[in-house]
Design a protein around this ligand. Structure first.
Ligand SMILES: *Cc1c(COP(=O)(O)O)cnc(C)c1O
Length: 411
């Protein structure tokens, strides 16, 4: 047996294990399938409702289009106008070689809006896949040396997926959720550290941005923050939860976010605290170099959304969202009550009970996603919902009544 084979067999399953993930996860997915909660085929219907094949109409309470922008007329027009003006779906060649003026203009406008050099990717996930390995190897920092990568345990799938790649470049650690003591200890012991986290978490809660900035000041901690769930929702022009708490984006910070949520279009963005690394990212950032870029209708739609982010309409939509969150919090108890975020998880307990409740509530006209292990811990299954600006108070009241009917202990 060669030395290489011995090392390989010792080193497997350090950061992922499909065998256990699928064995544990599939039981609950199968229960959800039997409950009619996944693989549902729908069409868009009037008033933003969805229509199932059998004609049942319902409100999707799991849409990440928090401000309702995905169906905003100006944004749809933006996509159509861009298609008409370019007469093509795409410029299918790597952006390093050729890129549309349309994209360049959009990135310039984004850069102004965000107050940091901002570039695009086809999705936030591909942005993360491009950036994280370069942070790990030290190619996004002036010293050019690898950093110990500390991932928050609750970091989104799109970051966790890249752990083994980072581990091929440097040491990778996992911190308990928001465990600043652990992080500070690592900073004291290791010279160069990077922390990988969500700004606002997809299962509720947020990162302690102010405290992280303090650690950055004190130890030169690199911050990689995925703020997909708060882009457009926070900040005067929708810069997001993390960015709006920073006076400027430090050279030791990169923020990524999806345009497919609050922004209402599709794509991913990368705010670079150190714009001098844009070229290395474009050339060596994996899918950023060799996968598709934003297509023409996405750029057009995203530019229209950006223009809307500069108008008072954004503030109005943010306020409607806040009002809807407050109303929901009055009516239904969740651990997230009062935190100001649109993500709520109505705790149920066991996966089967969550599936049963979700199925009942769907028949009352509201789609919730039953979440269970491995998305949340075992025994903490629940119904995840996302509140939106374009829900009416009546929608929210009717939903709360359905929750009380099917999850009776939640008062
Ligand atoms: C939804 C989500 C993503 C995925 O965004 P895409 O642009 O679809 O890749 C990435 N990170 C977080 C935190 C998310 O919530």
């Amino acid at each position: 047996m060669s030395a290489e084979t011995a090392t390989a067999s010792d080193n497997i399953h350090r950061f992922r294990n499909n065998g256990t993930a699928i064995k544990d996860g599939n039981q609950a997915w199968n229960a959800a399938l039997e409950g009619g909660l996944i693989d549902i085929r729908v069409d868009y219907d009037a008033n933003g409702r969805l229509r199932r094949l059998d004609g049942h109409r319902f409100v999707n309470l799991c849409s990440c289009s928090y401000l309702g922008l995905a169906s905003h007329p100006a944004i749809l027009e933006g996509a159509i106008d861009a298609l008409r003006s370019q007469g093509a779906m795409d410029l299918p060649i790597t952006r390093i070689r050729l890129r549309l003026n349309l994209l360049e203009e959009f990135e310039d406008e984004l850069t102004k809006l965000m107050g940091a050099r901002t570039v695009c990717a086809v999705t936030c996930s591909s942005a993360t896949a491009g950036v994280l390995p370069l942070v790990a190897s030290g190619h996004m920092t002036e010293d050019g040396r690898p950093r110990v990568m500390v991932f928050d345990k609750f970091a989104h799938f799109s970051m966790n997926l890249i752990k083994p790649i980072c581990a091929d470049e440097t040491e990778v650690l996992t911190a308990r959720h928001n465990d600043l003591n652990f992080l500070e200890d690592v900073c004291k012991k290791k010279e160069r550290v990077a922390y990988v986290c969500d700004g606002v978490y997809s299962t509720g809660g947020s990162a302690p941005i102010k405290e992280l900035l303090t650690l950055q000041d004190r130890y030169g901690l690199y911050l990689f923050i995925d703020d997909s769930h708060s882009l457009s929702l926070w900040g005067e022009h929708g810069q997001g939860y993390a960015r709006s708490q920073m006076a400027e984006v430090n050279p030791l910070t990169t923020i990524v976010a999806s345009l497919g949520k609050g922004w209402g279009t599709s794509g991913g963005i990368i705010m670079l605290g150190a714009p001098q690394f844009e070229a290395v990212l474009a050339r060596f950032g994996g899918p950023l170099a060799w996968s598709q870029g934003l297509n023409v209708p996405s750029i057009g739609a995203s530019m229209a959304s950006l223009k809307l982010h500069r108008t008072p309409e954004l503030g109005r939509l943010q306020r409607s969202l806040r009002d809807n969150i407050l109303l929901f919090d009055e009516l239904v108890t969740t651990p997230e009550r009062g935190d100001g975020f649109p993500l709520k998880v109505i705790r149920v307990g066991e996966a089967e009970d969550a599936v049963r409740a979700s199925a009942g509530i769907l028949e009352r006209g509201f789609y919730t996603s039953a979440v269970f292990f491995p998305i949340v811990k075992k025994g903490e299954a629940g119904l995840r919902i996302m509140l939106r600006a374009d829900l009416t108070p009546d929608d929210i009241r009717a939903f709360a009544a359905a929750v009380h009917e099917f999850v009776p202990h939640r008062k």
